[in-house]
Each structure stands twice: as C-alpha cells, then as structure tokens.
Design a protein around this ligand. Structure first.
Ligand code: 26Y
Length: 806
C-alpha cells in the first residue's frame, strides 16, 4: 500500500494540514482528542483504497469468502494495531515525537471496543487480524452494541457495574452503510398459501419489522494491502413503518435490541432479548451475503463454491434455518438442494463443555418470535428423525434430535446443519467426541475435528511488549514479526547468559511500567522486584480464582502464625469481571478484595505479599499486565476450560505457567517440555472417575490438612473482616455443597507446585532459561496458523499470493 512508503516529513505535513482542516487549530493548541481524531482520520483514509480493492478483487476473482458470525467481538483499541499493520508505526511515533507528542498518550484516547465478554469474543478478533494478515478472504458479522461490556468498579470491595458508553465521542473506524440495510421480521404468524399448481407459499403475516443497518470497519492485514470487513448491525425503525411504531415503548423495544451486550457468559438472563439479538444479526448477515452474491449474478446452485459461513458457538446457530428459509422461500429451491448447500456452507465451533452454556430455547418462545424459522427447524428435525430411523437406535435419535422436551437444542441444529464441528484444543475436541457430543460423533464421525486456538501475536508481543521485541530483533533478527515460528530461533540462545540478562532487563522494565500504572490507578506502591503472579480471565467457579486465594491465605498464615520469613516476595495480580447475576463469582471478588486489604494493612506481611485486583479488566489493561507477568495462573479444573488463550499470551511474554492439564495448557506443556512449566492437580480422567464413582468427599481434605482447615475457616471465623455473607457462601460451597470444582482436592498439589515456582524463581539462571524457552516455543500458538488450518480444512478458502513488505 502507498502508506508504507510514507516518510516522516510527508506524514507531518499531511497530519498538520488535516489538523487545520478539521479543527482550525495548531498542534500546540490541539487537545489529545483532536490529535487522536486527526490521526485516526488520516489512517482510515489511507487504507480506504486498499479496502475498496480488497472487496472488489474478491468479487472480480470470484474468490470464495468466509463470513465469521459471532455474537461477540472484542478488538480493544485499533489505532496502534492499524499503524503497525500499515507499516506506519515507527514513522508516526517519531514524527509525533518531533511535534512534542507521545503516541501512547494519543492512542489512550481511544475507548476499547469491548463488544464481548471474554475468550470467545477476543478469539474472534484475533482471527479477524490473522485472516486479514494471511490475505484470506474473510469477514466478520456481528452486532453493534450501543453499550459495550459493563465498566467494572469496586465499591467497598464489591463489583459494581456501570454502563460503558464507548460510542459517546463517536467511532472513527466505522462506516455506516445505509444503502446496505435489510429488514428483519419478528413475531406475527405464518400462513401457508396454496397456489393452484399445488406449491405452497409461506406468508409472514402481521410481523414486527426491524431495519438492520450495517456499520463496517476495516480489518487491516499486516503489510499486505488486504483490508477485510467487520460488519456490525444496528437496529432501527424502518422508515416506511415510522407511523406504525408511534408509541415510545414500541420505539424503545426496537432500539433496545442492539443496546446491550449480554453481559453473561454462562447464566440465563434476558433470554428473550438475547434470542431476538441472535436472530437479528443472523438474518441481517445471511440476507446481505445472499443479496451480494446475487448482484454478482452467480448461480445459486453452486453457492457453496463461493460462500462459507462460520457459526461461532451456538449463538448464531439459526444461520442454518435462515439460510434454508431464504433458499426455499425466496429462491424457490427444493428442500433437498437447499439442505445440501446449507450443510456444505455451514461450519460450527464449540467453545465450552459447561452444559449451562449450550443454548436451548423453549419451543413457545422460538415459535412466537420466529414462526417461519421454527417451522423450518421442525422440518429439519422431522427429516433427521426420519433419516435416522432404522439406521441407529431410537434412544440415540431422541438424544440427538433438535426438538425434544419442549426445547430447541441449538448445538444439535448447528451440528446437524453443518459439515464441520470443531473444538478449540486437543483435549477439548477429544472430550467432544468421547463425552459431550459423543452421540453426534457416532452419527457423523467425519464432521469432528480440532482447531487449537491461537492469538494475534502482533498485538500481544509487538505492540504490547516493545522491550522484549527489541531484544528479539537484536538476537534473532526480525522475521518473527511476521513468521511467528521463527521465534524458535531463540532456542539457539537458551544457555546464553548475555541474552538471559537482556530478557531479564526487558521483563524488569515491563514490571516497572505496570507498577507505575498500579500506583497511578490504585495508589498502592508494589515491590517491583517481587514475583508478579497473574490470573486474568472471567471470574468463574471452574476457573478457580478461589484456589489461588487459598494459596495466598496459606502464605499469609505461614508468615503470621508459623513465623515463616524466608519467602520470596510476591504480588498477586487479578483482573476479572463477574457476570452481574452471578452471585457466587461476585462473592469471590469481594473476598479477594478484603483479603488484599487485610494484607496491605498488616506491616508484618505487606512487604512480602500483596494482592492487586485491578478494576475493569479489558484488552487494553491486559496489554499492560501480560508483558510484566512472571507467573501465569491456568488452574481451571481439568476438563472444564475448553482452551484458554491468556495462557498463550502470557507464555509468549515469557511468564512461566502453573497449570492443570486442561485445555491448551496440555499443548503448552508439549511445546516447552515438563521442565519449563509447573503442572499439578487432577487430570481430566481422574475428574471423570470421581464423577462416575461419586466418591469425592471434600470434607475429608478439610479435616486431614490443618493448613487447609485454617484457611477455609478464615472465611467464617472473623479472621477476614467485612465478609460475613460472602465468606459463609464460599465456606458452604466447599463443605456443605461438596466443592463442585475440586478446589480442596487440588489444594495440596497446588501449594506444592507454588513452592516449586518459588524455588525456580530463586534460581534466576534457571528461571530465565525457562522463560526464554517459553517465548521461543510460543510461535505455534499464532492465530495466523490457526486460521490457515480453518481455511484449508473447514472453509476451503485461499489467499492470493502475498505481497508482504517485510
Ligand atoms: C449462551 C451464553 C450463556 C454464553 C455466552 C458466552 C455461552 C458461552 C459464552 C462464552 C464462552 C467463552 O468465552 N468460551 C471460551 O472460549 C474461548 C475461545 O475458544 C476458550 O479459550 C475458553 O476456554 C472458553 O471458556
């Protein structure tokens, strides 16, 4: 792209001209926000041509494209990533510095785009970056929520949720495309009109019509001229129906549709609104794909050679039925032909084995909201049962059919209606085959496959960790910046003391940066030479932040009551949001905060231990925490974390992982070897053995281990102030309700593993080598490779040869 040739002088001139044009102001008088707006406008207009070319080339070359449907996208900030990918970063940084401006102050003006809760949404955004960077024809399709994921505050140690008005000052990156709007129908009823020739024409009577307006954002590839599209839909009142929606309530109901992101990653809440959101972006997206396809006058008959639709978790599973609806009702295709195309076009990723997250909708709700879609699902179900009858046993059919017990099983719809179902790490994909979706595996063994998750390594290393990046450039050259596996070259320096020293200095610089941030945000001064021990992820019982807390309390009592003094100082850093309705998770936040306070106020321990629970965990916050981490906490109960991706980000930044054999932790162990990771706890098969034999007795661990008893009792015996109800709730979850996630069972192994971490850290020579080996082997988790595997195995799409300007 022309932009890569931009030099400092030319940039300065353009920038200053645009600043004058937009704000009639000099750079000395401009506010940071004016500077941000000017720079953003310049960036966008500079990739606009490439954006247009990318589009038209795909059409012109009749390339097959994938559309990644996801109810969450979590890109974070985009300015720096765009600069990096355009090849502008260094030039702009230097040019602004000449003008007395720090780029980092400018980029901080951008609000995080947080249209996601956690791993699923962040994965979608890492994929968008990698798809563009690999030059693959792929687009995102989702919802433009007016409010992003709630802003988290702690008041008296409790999580409080505030609205996140990310659009308040506008959004530089999006383009509203009024002309591409489509109508989405809800409610009403369907009359089947029989024509004279016997054909049946369904007519949707008395519908509520919502206008879906797309906002497109360019997804800039890494120095390859590719700019793909993330299309997010907003709900509006249709112009022609203005008069019908007169009352404030009716208008509000429509606007509410895209108002808030469902702030919950497991529990049930606002179910009806969520179902509406799902159909809304599914229908708008599928309609716009087919409409575009038709304008290019391609034949519907071989749609599958041009279009792939990816269903990211069950939320967009109605793609299957909506695609059928359009082919049947609009294109008048036969059922058989339409079904054949649908299965070839669709593919599905499962992201969780937690049964409460596998969506099921009541027949009444779906039928009343989507009468035609329900009819089609009913017919898919009927034909499925018919096809399987006599082939497999009746019970199996009952367990796998889409509609049963008054519920519509969305995962069943996604599996039956697609050609590929994948899990997100080896273990997870195996568990899908053997346990969670075993019945389906028996029916469709060839549809099941694994695609281990990956991360956008450019963001998580090049952007987030310039100190380490510089060391890498000096040591192994720059090819790792676009070929992540070249990080492996670092293995040649695994014993090199000089390189170790540089890695140590880079880590220290990042720790100081984080410490300064913590001081500024919380007023707490932490020991910059302590071990930085990090657990960052959604607050969930299965992720076991509680186990981490039990270990912290163990250290606390060892110092307070057993006189241990010889302990390596540690700062425990947490970042986590709890779903607003997830009471138990919120209690854990409260208790961690109170323990943090207790430690901080106690001079006997505060120089050895501290807890920093940072408010409002986000992509941007992660970018400051991760480079500074020494220890990566990946301690979910084995079998519960589908993959995890913070484990990959932390490893890439040289943190040592303490982990259970869960999700992608297993593949991290395989990559670095047993000596360079600390593994503990029950394995997945041991967990399943407990389930089978129903012989876990949490109480016996509490009784047998005095240290554990002391810690658990502290939740209810007044040791920790201000936690009356919360302490009791946690205590009961462990003992009265028999500890669903085996926290007490894994406690001793975890405490020992933590001792091993401490010992390894105290031998800095060993530690630095471990850290180096982690960085060197993190390349395989680049999402660049992951999306290439999706492209080859699932989507059957291809990149045109790259013109990367390295
Ligand atoms: C339907 C509703 C209850 C629901 C809402 C959000 C269900 C699930 C979710 C989100 C799930 C999610 O974020 N899963 C995570 O996906 C990551 C990317 O694959 C994995 O790394 C991570 O282990 C998994 O928990």
């Amino acid at each position: 792209m022309g932009v890569t040739t931009m030099n400092k002088t030319a940039f300065k001139k353009k920038f200053l001209d645009l600043l004058t044009e937009k704000f009639a102001i000099s750079v000395e008088d401009a506010s940071l926000f004016e500077i941000y707006t000017t720079l953003g406008t310049l960036i966008r207009s500079s990739y606009a041509k490439d954006w247009r070319h990318t589009w038209s080339n795909y059409d012109h070359e009749q390339q097959k494209q994938v559309y990644y449907f996801s109810i969450e996208f979590l890109p974070g900030r985009m300015m720096k990533s765009n600069l990096l990918n355009m090849g502008w970063l260094d030039t702009v940084q230097a040019a602004l510095a000449d003008l007395g401006i720090q780029l980092d102050d400018v980029v901080a003006q951008e609000p995080d785009m947080a249209l996601g809760n956690g791993g699923l949404g962040r994965l979608a955004s890492c994929f968008m970056d990698s798809i563009a960077s690999e030059g693959l024809p792929g687009n995102g399709n989702g919802i433009r929520y007016k409010y992003g994921l709630f802003k988290q505050k702690f008041i008296d140690g409790y999580q409080v949720e505030l609205p996140n008005e990310w659009l308040a000052r506008g959004n530089l990156w999006e383009v509203r495309r009024e002309s591409k709007s489509v109508d989405v129908y809800f409610n009403g009823y369907v009359r089947l009109n029989k024509l004279d020739d016997g054909t049946i024409v369904p007519v949707h009577e008395d519908p509520t019509i919502v206008r879906a307006v797309p906002y497109d954002t360019g997804m800039v590839g890494f120095r390859n001229g590719t700019v793909n599209t993330l299309r997010l839909w907003d709900a509006e009142i249709p112009l022609s129906e203005e008069s019908l929606y007169r009352s404030i309530e009716q208008r509000r109901a429509i606007q509410d549709l895209t108002s808030v992101l469902y702030p919950d990653d497991s529990n049930e809440e606002g179910r009806r609104l969520r179902l509406m959101q799902e159909y809304f972006f599914v229908s708008a997206g599928v309609q716009s794909i087919l409409r575009h396809f038709k304008t290019k006058q391609q034949k519907m008959q071989n749609l599958d050679e041009f279009v792939a639709i990816h269903i990211n978790d069950t939320h967009p599973a109605m793609c299957v039925a909506e695609f059928m609806r359009l082919l049947l009702d609009e294109e008048k295709m036969s059922w058989e032909r339409a079904w054949n195309l649908t299965v070839k076009v669709m593919s599905y990723t499962n992201h969780t084995i937690m049964s409460e997250a596998l969506e099921k909708w009541s027949v009444e709700m779906l039928q009343s909201m989507q009468p035609r879609i329900y009819q089609i699902i009913e017919e898919i179900d009927r034909r499925f049962v018919e096809e399987m009858t006599g082939v497999v046993d009746w019970e199996l059919i009952q367990r796998t059919r889409i509609i049963s017990d008054g519920l519509v099983h969305m995962a069943h719809l996604a599996i039956i209606g697609s050609h590929s179902t994948n899990g997100v790490a080896k273990l997870h994909s195996d568990l899908l085959k053997t346990v969670v979706l075993h019945d389906f595996y028996r029916l469709y063994p060839d549809r099941f496959n694994n695609k281990t998750n990956g991360i956008a390594e450019r963001r998580w290393l090049q952007l987030a960790n310039p100190s380490l990046s510089t060391v890498l450039d000096k040591t192994i050259g720059q090819t790792w910046r676009y070929e992540a596996n070249d990080l492996h070259l670092l293995m040649n320096y695994s014993e090199d003391k000089a390189v170790h020293k540089q890695l140590q200095q880079a880590k220290q610089a990042n720790k100081e940066r984080l410490a300064a941030f913590i001081l500024q945000e919380t007023g707490v001064r932490i020991n910059e030479h302590a071990i930085f021990d990090v657990q960052i992820k959604r607050l969930h019982a299965y992720k076991r932040q509680l186990l981490n807390l039990l270990h912290i309390l163990t250290l606390y009592f060892e110092i307070k009551e057993e006189g241990f003094t010889d302990i390596q100082p540690r700062v425990f850093i947490f970042g986590a949001k709890a779903a607003p309705s997830y009471h138990y998770a919120k209690s854990i936040i409260k208790v961690i905060n109170e323990v943090g306070k207790m430690i901080q106020e106690d001079p006997e321990v505060s120089d050895k231990l501290s807890i920093v629970f940072l408010e409002d965990y986000s992509v941007s916050l992660a970018e400051v925490i991760i480079p500074a981490a020494d220890v990566s906490e990946q301690i979910s109960l084995a079998s519960k974390e589908a993959s995890g991706t913070s484990n990959m980000k932390l490893m890439l930044n040289g943190a040592i992982t303490i982990a259970t054999l869960d999700g992608a932790n297993i593949e991290i162990r395989d990559a670095v070897g047993d000596e360079n990771i600390v593994i503990f706890g029950l394995t997945e098969s041991q967990v399943y053995d407990y389930y089978e034999q129903a012989n876990y007795h949490a109480y016996s661990y509490y009784e047998a281990l005095p240290k554990l008893k002391r810690v658990v009792d502290s939740f209810v015996d007044g040791t920790i102030a201000n936690i009356y109800q919360e302490g009791k709730e946690i205590f009961d979850s462990l003992l009265t309700y028999n500890d669903e996630f085996f926290v007490l069972r894994d406690y001793e192994a975890y405490v020992n593993a933590q001792k091993e971490i401490e010992k390894a850290y105290q031998n800095q020579e060993r530690w630095l080598k471990m850290s180096l080996i982690n960085v060197a082997n993190a390349g395989r988790f680049s999402a660049d490779y992951t999306v290439m595997k999706y492209a080859e195995d699932i989507w059957q799409i291809e990149a045109k040869p790259k013109s990367r300007k390295a």
